[in-house]
Write a protein that binds this ligand. Structure first.
Ligand code: AMP
Ligand code: GLY
Length: 415
């Protein structure tokens, strides 16, 4: 089988790495891929949002399965386009991907189907939103409706901060179309857990739990990033919590999407907060999380291709999916300045340690060797009999990697 993976980050490297173990795959492509993916798959210079380019390539090469990993092409309807042309694709169709691409849609869905989540109000006019601020306690959470590269969520601690945020979105158009509608949401507290699940629209199989670290610096300081590290399983996600979440959040979401005529097939990501009044949904993603994929996929024992095909063919109920009992930890190495602006093209030195997995995110292979090519550069993952062993191995490998300005969190798995 010929398989094409869309995307270029650490998540895509983890997906390609896992698929490369499948005995039925004869050839792997990745568009556009990166410097690490290129050792497992042929990287094709087509952008993840070039729908025509991807379709033409898949037709020409007679690709048997295209795996759409990032949010943008899912929201643009890449899966629909491939399917309309008789090609097989893994990922939700555009109508189902809306659970991530419109936060307003997701909130209305949760309200209608009584899925626990923060209280909210939706606005598309500045005056009305600003007036509403006089009635709310602070902090309050302001969210742009659409996809905003993880920058569309602002926790405002004062009325001034909240006004600045809604001004940026509704008046100054700083978030483009994504900020034409906004949510003003109740501020929740508690530990966060990421639950990813495979679903074919009827059956849903939660994966092992994970926790990610969104802030740039230790002790959860600094700006939000795409994710600076992760580990699995989360110690907060006890069997009791899992049972509650499956019954009150996971199953009702799948039923809701089917009833709305938007059956969800693919990976559905539940970003949860375990609040004092029970687990609540912060956000849905219509795909694997990154870096969560880098700790969850190394624990998957079942052939990922088998799982993806069962999802597409709506046969997930027939498949037994098994997991490695060991813990996994991932430390992300980032460029100086990330998540702000950063330099590219800096040489990377790596002394590879046994028992570690290096998932490349922003790297490029050049004649001079491997160089940096993004904000998040590498994800260093290790498995261990327990979390501390996994962390110890991962940080040991981190110590054997160097590039100018490299920064990473030293407290992954500590809190
Ligand atoms: P999101 O992109 O919706 O996951 O939001 C990014 C981050 O903002 C989350 O991981 C939380 O840490 C935080 N966040 C989002 N919504 C809320 C909320 N209602 N209360 C408190 N924190 C929130
Ligand atoms: N790690 C969060 C995300 O992938 O959106």
């Amino acid at each position: 089988m010929k398989v094409l993976v869309i995307g270029s980050g650490g998540r895509e490297h983890a997906i390609v790495w896992k698929l490369s173990q499948s005995p039925r795959i004869t050839k792997l492509f990745c568009a556009p891929g990166n410097g690490g993916i290129s050792s497992l798959a042929e990287c094709i210079d087509i952008s993840a949002t070039d729908l025509e380019g991807i379709l033409n390539f898949a037709k020409q090469q007679q690709i048997d399965l295209t795996v759409v990993a990032p949010d943008d092409p899912l929201a643009l309807g890449l899966v629909d386009k491939l399917e309309e042309n008789g090609l097989r694709a893994f990922g939700p169709r555009q109508a189902a991907a809306m659970i991530e691409s419109s936060k307003v849609f997701a909130k209305e869905l949760m309200k209608k189907y009584r899925i626990p989540s923060a209280e909210y109000m939706c606005f598309d006019r500045y005056d009305a939103a600003a007036n509403f601020l006089s009635q709310v306690p602070f902090p309050v959470v302001i969210k742009a409706d659409g996809l905003a590269l993880g920058k569309g969520v602002i926790i405002a601690f004062s009325r001034e901060e909240a006004e600045d945020a809604i001004k940026a979105m509704l008046l100054n158009n700083e978030f483009g179309k994504a900020g034409e509608r906004i949510l003003i949401e109740e501020f929740l507290t508690g530990p966060e857990v990421s639950i990813l699940a495979f679903t074919d629209g009827k059956t849903i199989v939660p994966m092992v739990s994970a926790q990610d670290y969104k802030r740039a610096y230790d002790k959860d300081r600094g700006p939000n990033t795409g994710g600076m590290g992760a580990f699995s399983p989360s110690f907060h996600y006890t069997p009791e919590v899992a049972e509650y979440v499956e019954q009150h959040i996971i199953m009702p979401t799948i039923v809701a999407m089917s009833q709305e005529d938007r059956p969800f097939q693919g990976v559905l990501y539940f970003g949860l907060m375990l609040t004092p009044s029970g687990p609540k949904v912060l956000e849905y993603n219509a795909r694997f999380g990154d870096p969560e994929a880098q700790v969850v996929l190394p624990r998957l024992q079942t052939d990922l291709l088998e799982v993806m095909e069962a999802v597409i063919d709506r046969q997930l109920h027939k498949l037994e999916i098994t997991w490695d009992d060991r813990a996994a930890a991932c430390v992300v190495l980032a460029s100086e300045g990330y998540p702000g602006s950063y330099r590219k093209g800096l040489p990377i030195k790596i002394k590879e340690q046994p028992e570690c997995l290096l998932f490349h995110a922003g790297t490029k292979k050049t004649k001079q060797g491997l160089v940096t090519n993004g904000g998040r550069v590498l994800g260093v993952t290790a498995l261990g009999d327990n979390l501390s062993e996994a962390l110890q191995k991962a940080y040991q490998q981190v110590g054997a990697i160097a590039f100018e300005g490299m920064h990473y969190r030293k407290d992954i798995g500590k809190r």
